[in-house]
Design a binder for this molecule. Structure first.
Ligand SMILES: Cc1cc2nc3c(=O)[nH]c(=O)nc-3n(C[C@H](O)[C@H](O)[C@H](O)COP(=O)(O)OP(=O)(O)OC[C@H]3O[C@@H](n4cnc5c(N)ncnc54)[C@H](O)[C@@H]3O)c2cc1C
Length: 399
């Protein structure tokens, strides 16, 4: 096969772009395929966890990302009805991470930061408006069919990374099942410049608000607050995204004399699913192509980044140093297990906690969190788990 040492990557989202940069910095040639004509201006992820910032720092990305976001050194669990809240200070994690804070920054800023680095590397052939349409998994490599502006073409490579998101064509081409379930309700995300900080006492940049009738999260990104609400099962998307209905929800959250200035209204289907395998021969899955979880806790993109920081150095070691391909099975064992043990379980539990209907249980939860905060050791353990440090360490320990 030609191009036998080239790695093909489907999808230039945060995971595909990061994979391309890691491989390029190791000296591996990459072809990065993206169906859209340009990088998506995707608002989905806004939280970068401390270990992701550490890893991206090793690539020279974090120092460019920090000025584009806001630093959330603290975050809160609040109860809308009683006003009680528990505030965690990520500063206690210094010694566990070089970045003891969450960075609130839209995910498109990551891909926009990486793209010029890929161009300058001289190692990455980036093809926009080019969709992967078929995969032929061979013994010594992989052949893919791509559809671009000038028609169909075939490309060969040693490996293919499917970083092509939740509806991954790569995943379906190699016949890997995405096991799990989909929640019946949609999540509604609204962004506004309304100054919530002037109305909700001591608000931090990341806030999870439980409520028996309508829980929500309020997250800061530069210049805007992003509010995430659950929605009624069975309501039409048109009805849910209707600006008048959105206005009513925001008015219920904080009463304002003037109508809210709303910048974006977006609805999302929410899943808890993990691919049955992350490897099929020379094809590897990473990011949303491999796993989907609800966004409470901000772990989907971060988990995808952790996938490729695990996978890509292994691929480079095989291509450049002749390391054993067993490394790729280890990738599947480490990342798939941790996705199930930590990310799936934690995000499902986060949703159960925030939507708790019983007043006494919600208040008990806040009280437990306050008690943990008062005990430094417990606070560190909680924050290591909830900010993905423990999961990353656990994945490295799996053999
Ligand atoms: C409301 C919401 C909030 C979220 N907040 C957070 C958060 O705070 N923190 C967090 O960690 N995660 C968060 N997430 C999850 C996060 O957005 C995703 O996990 C992340 O986008 C996954 O990145 P990816 O690169 O794997 O996939 P994607 O971002 O979906 O990128 C896939 C890319 O592949 C391209 N593509 C698709 N098919 C093909 C093909 N056949 N050929 C070529 N290209 C193709 C697509 O055009 C796209 O550019 C949130 C999700 C939602 C819905």
């Amino acid at each position: 096969m030609t191009h036998e040492n080239r790695v093909l990557i489907a999808g230039a989202g945060p995971v595909g772009c990061t994979a391309a940069l890691i491989l390029a910095q190791h000296g591996v040639d990459v072809t990065l395929l993206e169906s859209e004509p340009a990088l998506a201006e995707d608002l989905r992820a806004s939280t970068f966890h401390p270990p992701s910032l550490d890893l991206l720092d090793d690539l020279g990305v974090t120092e460019q990302l920090i000025p584009q976001g806001v630093i959330a050194a603290k975050y809160q669990y609040r109860d809308r009805t009683s006003g009680a809240y528990a505030e965690f200070d990520l500063g206690v994690l210094s010694g566990h991470t070089r970045h003891p804070f969450r960075l609130q920054c839209e995910q498109y800023k990551l891909t926009r930061t990486i793209l010029p680095m890929l161009e300058q590397s001289g190692k990455v052939d980036i093809r926009f408006s080019t969709s992967l349409t078929a995969v032929d998994n061979k013994d010594d490599g992989v052949k893919v069919t791509i559809e671009g502006t000038s028609g169909n073409e075939q490309l060969s490579g040693r490996y293919l990374i499917g970083a092509d998101g939740s509806r991954s064509r790569v995943r379906s081409e190699v016949g890997i099942e995405l096991e799990g379930f989909t929640y019946p309700e949609l999540f509604l995300v609204v962004s506004t410049d309304f100054p919530f900080e002037d109305h909700l006492e001591n608000l931090s940049y990341v806030n999870y608000l439980s409520d028996p009738e309508e829980w929500c999260t309020i997250l800061r990104v530069p210049g805007l607050w992003r509010v995430l609400f659950p929605t009624e099962v069975g309501a039409s998307e048109e009805e849910l995204a209707d600006p008048a209905n959105v206005e009513q929800r925001l008015q219920r959250l904080v009463k304002s004399d003037k109508p809210y200035n709303v910048e974006h209204i977006t609805l999302y289907h929410i899943h808890q699913r993990v691919a049955k395998h992350y490897r099929a021969g020379n094809v590897l899955l990473a990011g949303d192509a491999a796993h989907l979880n609800n966004p409470l806790g901000g772990m989907g993109m971060n988990g995808g980044l952790h996938d490729v920081f695990n996978l890509c150095p292994r691929i480079a070691d095989i291509i450049l140093n002749g390391a054993s391909e067993d490394q790729l099975d280890l990738y599947e064992r480490q990342r798939r297990n941790v996705t199930i043990e930590y990310i799936q379980n934690q995000s499902i539990q986060n949703k159960k906690n925030i939507e708790q209907m019983q007043d006494d249980k919600r208040l008990e939860h806040i009280k437990n969190l306050q008690d943990m905060i008062a005990d430094r050791e417990q606070a560190v353990a909680f924050l290591r788990r909830n900010n993905m440090i423990e999961a990353l360490e656990r994945s490295h320990a799996i053999t």
